[in-house]
Design a protein around this ligand. Structure first.
Ligand code: UP5
Ligand code: MG
Length: 190
């Protein structure tokens, strides 16, 4: 992967902050390929891979799957794709994810799109989603919030200190959030 020159934007934010929803809009308007780490892990469970049961248990508990598993899936997805612009949604989720991805792939993000949303709103959205996700129950949601606060927000702080975070207020309606997202991507000169 160190031979392929790619532009990567990390899309971070709490569970239910709207990462997937906004990524779909960015893809339509700005020609990026959307890679959701969570979707890749859920596909891995479905495929019946040897790691499937372990991944399923981690997701059910809201825990972060070992870096090497997630990075392998992301790396494969980037290499298989002809595009050179990627939105990596929901990763890195902790400091170890971040450091391992950087050393394994040599990729540093162009910037980090960060969706900031109050917990009550995220909880309301997740409980209303109804897509049959095994982690969309109140017990698992509480665990996801805790892991997000303790492990994932420090990654946002790390990039913030490097001036790389583009923070979006994500509690407004989808189209209003996208207006703010558009402003960030329109200023991306390439
Ligand atoms: N919705 C969206 N935007 C809205 C708006 N502006 N106003 C009103 N409603 C809005 O949105 C969630 C719901 O809200 C939807 O119904 C949507 O219509 C509505 P969505 O866009 O799906 O939000 P998103 O931020 O993508 O929420 P998601 O639940 O996917 O976030 P998580 O970060 O929790 O989930 P993810 O799939 O990334 O990870 C799941 C688990 O996988 C993790 O908990 C972890 O166990 C594991 N994982 C790893 O271990 N490592 C990884 O690298 C990634 C995941
Ligand atoms: Mg998502």
């Amino acid at each position: 992967l160190k031979d392929k020159k790619v532009t990567v934007v990390f899309v971070l934010g709490g569970p239910g902050s709207g990462k997937g929803t906004q990524c779909a809009n960015i893809v339509k308007n700005f020609g990026f390929t959307h890679l959701s780490a969570g979707d890749l892990l859920r596909a891995e469970i479905k495929s019946g891979s040897e790691n499937g049961t372990m991944i399923q248990n981690m997701i059910k508990e809201g825990k972060i799957v070992p870096s090497e598993v997630t990075i392998k899936l992301l790396q494969r997805a980037i290499l298989e794709n002809g595009n050179d612009k990627f939105l990596i949604d929901g990763f890195p989720r902790n400091e170890e994810n971040r450091a391992a991805f950087e050393s394994v792939t040599g990729i540093e993000p162009e910037f980090v799109l960060f969706f900031d949303c109050p917990e009550e709103e995220m909880e309301r959205r997740l409980l209303g989603r109804n897509e049959g996700r095994e982690d969309d129950n109140i017990e698992t949601i509480r665990k996801r919030f805790k892991v997000y606060m303790e492990s994932s927000l420090p990654v946002v702080d790390y990039y913030s200190a490097k001036g790389k975070v583009r923070k979006i207020s994500a509690s407004r309606p989808v189209d209003e959030v996208f207006e703010a997202v558009k402003a960030v991507f329109t200023s991306l000169v390439d």
